[in-house]
Design a protein around this ligand. Structure first.
Ligand code: GLV
Ligand code: MN
Ligand code: MN
Length: 422
C-alpha cells in the first residue's frame, strides 16, 4: 500500500535549508542579505551548498570554469540531462528567496528522488549559477551567459570592477573558476535536454488571483545603457548659476526624459529604472563635474524598446545641447524577450495539477538565468506567489506552504519529463 503513496518533498528540511543559507550575507536583525558575486558571503554560501550536496546527498560537486556549481544523479539511459536550479547570489540588502529558493527546491527534489530510491532514465542535475544579479563587474546572469556562449574568455580576461581596481579573473579564481577555460563551461542540448527554474514571482499577480503557483510564458527583455554625463566641476559658492555646467542637474533632466518616454508607452509590460548613479566628486561645495548612471528598460515586446530609445535619444541631445554637457552612452545589455518552452510549461502544469493546484500562466517582468538557457535547450519556469509582491528588499517573503507546493509540482514535473523526453 505504501508504495502507492505519492512521493513528496520534505517541507521541514526545505525550511531549515532556506534559513541556513539566509545566514550568509545577512546584514543583521530586520535587515536583508547582501551576497553579490565574489563577496565573502558568496564564498561562504558556496561552501555551505557544496557541503550540503556532498555530505547529505553524497554527490560530487562540480565547479565549472565560471564557478557555476553542479551535482548530478546519473540516469539509467544515455540521455540528455534534466536540470533544475537557479542562483545563490543576492542584490544589495535583498531577500532570502530570490534565487536561493530555486537552488534549495532543486536540492530537495534530488534528495527526495534519492531517498525514495527512484531510478530515473535521464541524469538529473542541480545547478546554482554564478552572479545572476548585477554586481561590481556590471554583468548579471554571468554564469548562464558564459554557459550559453554569450561571454567568452576574451570578453572577461581583462575585465575589472567598476572602480577599476579588482580583476574579474582573480575574483573568479577565488571561487574555483578559471577565466582561461570558459569554453569548458558551455552547455549544449546534447548534454541538457530540459532546464526548470523555480523562482519567487516578485510581483502581485498570483496573490491577486489567490494562487500559489504560476507558469512563466515569456521572460521580459532587458536593455541597459551606461550613461556618463560630463559637465564641469567648480566652486559651489563663487560660480554663478549661469556659468555652471552641472552634470547632476543635467543627469536629473535625462532621468525625467527617460521616465516620460517609458510612461508614454502606457503599457504594464514596459518599465524603466535608474537604480545606480555615481556623482563626481560628490562633495557638498563642488558643482558635480561628472555623473555616471545606468538606465534600464524592460519590455515584453521589442518595438516598445525601440520607440523609447528613439525618444530618449532626441531628449538627451536636446538636454546636452541646452546645458552644454557631454553625454556618453554605452549599451551594456540588450537581451530580447524569451519565450519559454511549451512542452516544459505543460509538464509544470501537469506537475501542479498532480498535487491539486491550479496555476496561472504569466509573463516574468524579472530577468532570469532561464532566459539565457532557453537559447540552448528547452527551458521553463515555475513561480511561487510573493507576499505583497515584494522582492529585492528585506521584506521579500513567500510562504513555506507555497514553496513546498512548488517543490512537489517540480518533482512531479521531473518524473513526468523523465517518462516523456528522449
Ligand atoms: C533579476 O533579479 C532582475 O533584475 O530581474
Ligand atoms: Mn533578483
Ligand atoms: Mn533571481
Amino acid at each position: 500500500m505504501d508504495n502507492l503513496k505519492p512521493v513528496r518533498v520534505n517541507r521541514n528540511r526545505l525550511e531549515t535549508n532556506l534559513q541556513a543559507l539566509a545566514v550568509y550575507g545577512h546584514n543583521g536583525p530586520s535587515k536583508g542579505i547582501t551576497r553579490p558575486f565574489g563577496s565573502q558571503a558568496d564564498k561562504e554560501a558556496r561552501a555551505w551548498l557544496s557541503t550540503l550536496w556532498s555530505r547529505h546527498l553524497e554527490l560530487q560537486v562540480h565547479t565549472d570554469p565560471i564557478a557555476n556549481l553542479w551535482v548530478t544523479i546519473e540516469g539509467k539511459e544515455n540521455l540528455p540531462a534534466i536540470v533544475v536550479g537557479s542562483h545563490h547570489d543576492t542584490v544589495t540588502n535583498g531577500g532570502m528567496y530570490d534565487g536561493a529558493m530555486g537552488v534549495l527546491l532543486a536540492t530537495e527534489v534530488l534528495q527526495t528522488i534519492q531517498e525514495h530510491g527512484i531510478q530515473l532514465r535521464h541524469p538529473l542535475k542541480a545547478v546554482s549559477f554564478s552572479g545572476e544579479e548585477p554586481n561590481s563587474f556590471n554583468v548579471s546572469t554571468l554564469g548562464s551567459k558564459v554557459a550559453t556562449g554569450k561571454l567568452s574568455t576574451e570578453d572577461l580576461f581583462e575585465k575589472r570592477d567598476n572602480k577599476g581596481t579588482v580583476l574579474f579573473r582573480e575574483t573568479l579564481h577565488e571561487l574555483g573558476g578559471d577565466v582561461g577555460l570558459l569554453t569548458n563551461a558551455i552547455i549544449t542540448n546534447q548534454e541538457i535536454g530540459a532546464f526548470l527554474e523555480c523562482h519567487i514571482e516578485q510581483g502581485k499577480k498570483l496573490e491577486s488571483k489567490g494562487l500559489s503557483l504560476g507558469v512563466v510564458t515569456k521572460i521580459i527583455g532587458i536593455y541597459r545603457e551606461k550613461i556618463i554625463v560630463i559637465g564641469e566641476a567648480n566652486h559651489a559658492g563663487t560660480t554663478l548659476m549661469h556659468h555652471r555646467y552641472d552634470a547632476l542637474t543635467a543627469a536629473s533632466e535625462l532621468l525625467l526624459v527617460a521616465e516620460k518616454a517609458i510612461v508614454a508607452c502606457k503599457s504594464d509590460e514596459v518599465v524603466g529604472t535608474v537604480g545606480y548613479l555615481q556623482v563626481e566628486p560628490n562633495s557638498t561645495n563642488i558643482i558635480p563635474g561628472q555623473v555616471e548612471f545606468i538606465l534600464e528598460i524592460r519590455a515584453v515586446d521589442s518595438p516598445y524598446k525601440e520607440r523609447i530609445i528613439k525618444e530618449i535619444t532626441k531628449g538627451f541631445n536636446e538636454v546636452a545641447a541646452r546645458r552644454k554637457v557631454e553625454v556618453q552612452r554605452e549599451v551594456i545589455l540588450d537581451q530580447a524577450p524569451k519565450p519559454m518552452n511549451a512542452e516544459l510549461m505543460q509538464a509544470l502544469e501537469h506537475g501542479a495539477n498532480q498535487i491539486g493546484e491550479q496555476v496561472a500562466r504569466l509573463i516574468s517582468m524579472a530577468g532570469h538565468d532561464a532566459a539565457n538557457v532557453s537559447d540552448v535547450t528547452r527551458s521553463a519556469m515555475l513561480f511561487v506567489s510573493s507576499v505583497n509582491g515584494k522582492s529585492h528588499c528585506p521584506d521579500e517573503f513567500s510562504r513555506i506552504e507555497d514553496i513546498a507546493k512548488a517543490g512537489n509540482a517540480l518533482l512531479e514535473a521531473v518524473l513526468y519529463l523523465d517518462r516523456k523526453l528522449d
